[in-house]
Design a protein around this ligand. Structure first.
Ligand code: FAD
Length: 392
């Protein structure tokens, strides 16, 4: 029994780990020769950390996870605290901590955990063919590979997606630009154990600690798509967009390294119901592409992988390691995931609009709420998202 896993991102690597737990051999094919992640870091929330533990990669979280014990919102312009609270009640309620991690380190360690020499780099899938009993991937270098089934974890620009769902999807611009990167921890910018966010004017600046004394930072600004801005203008652009903002924000702008700061126009994809066609399943961003506004894109790829493994355990238990077992496992995977992932994409979209001033009255009402927030409501929201996962 062999699976073809397309993509060596968080989705592909976690899917392979889950399938290996079920005794399924996996060949992993990655388009690029060297992985260069699009973002500097990720917050892997407790649901994602539980998945990493379940898949046997918990030690990666222990090593890379930053000490994020508290959370605070500040008024971006005055710098005054709107709300500040401990995340301990969340950790107590869900039984696991959140781990902000360097994205490059996470991906690299997941690949090392699997065995870097066992991932086939430079293999970009361009076409797929399936029969009742097998699936073949054709790569741009003229080679091909055949397996019993395929997990397509080839990201938001997935080549395999259209084959599975029957049409080409459009990416939807979420009307804001995100700059992100890493800086050394400086407590004049924010406390070293806190997720600190400055908000105002529909913009936000966020800072969270990752391992090895670094802050992950990001700036969000509502902007039209396609502006002529890049790394060479990043300091001038952020200085202009955040003119008049509080001192810590100015210190952060002064500290960033433009060479390692990413500028990303944020998109998502309208959720769809079909995640599986016969012996091909979509997983991760290929299956559900979300804005990062609730920090759940990578976490839900990890959830997909865990559920995938559980479905194979169930179906192989009933039908044995057979073609029928594979088809039933993938069908079960689709059933168990499609509502959860749709919900996460739409929840993130809603959060995105409020955070980024789509209706400034609504955003102002949120700012007012934050000034009365004890932490209880925010923790309840985070908890609900987390416990919706497969290992709640
Ligand atoms: P990807 O990471 O995109 O990996 C896909 C892999 O497939 C890549 O390595 C790619 O090279 C390869 N590939 C692509 N095409 C082909 C092909 N044709 N053939 C073979 N291989 C191919 N998520 C969180 O959980 N928490 C966060 O805090 C968070 N913050 C984010 C911040 C930003 C700014 C962004 C943009 C996203 C954020 N996310 C976050 C989302 C998260 O990054 C993604 O959901 C996650 O990386 C998806 O993993 P994936 O493996 O499905 O896709």
């Amino acid at each position: 029994m062999k699976a073809l896993v397309i993509g060596a991102g968080i989705g592909g690597m976690s899917a392979a780990a889950a399938l290996k737990q079920q005794g399924i051999e996996c060949d992993i094919f990655e388009a690029v020769k060297e992985i260069k992640p699009v973002g500097a870091a990720l917050s892997i929330w407790s649901n994602g950390v539980k998945c990493m533990n379940h898949l046997g990669m918990g030690s990666i979280m222990d090593e890379l996870g930053g000490p994020m014990h508290n959370m605070a919102y500040h008024d971006g312009l005055t710098g005054s605290v709107m709300t500040q609270f401990s995340l301990a009640p969340l950790v107590d309620a869900v039984g696991e901590r959140p781990c902000p991690v360097s994205r490059a380190d996470l991906q690299s360690q997941m690949i090392d955990w699997w065995g870097r020499d066992k991932v086939q780099f430079g293999k970009r899938i361009e076409k797929v063919e399936q029969s009742d009993t097998a699936v073949t991937a054709y790569f741009t270098d003229g080679t091909s590979a055949t397996g019993d089934f395929m997990i397509a974890a080839d990201g938001t620009h997935s080549v395999v997606r259209a084959d599975v769902i029957g049409y080409q999807t459009e990416r939807r611009y979420a009307d804001y630009v995100n700059w992100n990167g890493l800086v050394e921890i400086d407590e004049n910018i924010a406390p070293a154990d806190q997720w600190t966010t400055f908000v105002g004017e529909g913009k936000r600046v966020s800072i969270m600690p990752i391992a090895n004394d670094r802050f992950y930072f990001f700036f969000d600004v509502p902007l039209p798509k396609g502006l002529a801005e890049d790394r060479s203008t990043v300091v001038a652009d952020l200085t202009r967009y955040f003119a008049g903002w509080a001192e810590p924000v100015q210190k952060l702008i002064a500290a960033i390294n433009p060479e390692t700061t990413n500028r990303i126009e944020i998109h998502d994809i309208e959720p769809f119901d079909t995640l599986v066609k016969g012996n091909i399943a979509l997983l991760g961003d290929a299956a559900h592409s979300t804005t990062p506004d609730i920090g759940q894109g990578g976490c839900s790829a990890l959830e997909d992988a865990v559920v995938l493994g559980q479905c194979f355990a169930d179906q192989f238990g009933m039908k044995g390691k057979t073609v029928a077992g594979v088809l039933a496992a993938l069908q079960q995977y689709e059933e168990e995931r499609r509502f959860r992932v749709k919900d996460l994409v739409l929840k993130a979209r809603k959060r995105c609009d409020v955070t980024h001033g789509k209706d400034m009255q609504e955003t102002q009402a949120w700012y007012d709420e934050l000034r009365h927030e004890t932490g209880e409501n925010i923790i309840a929201g985070l908890r609900n998202t987390i416990i919706g996962g497969p290992l709640a």
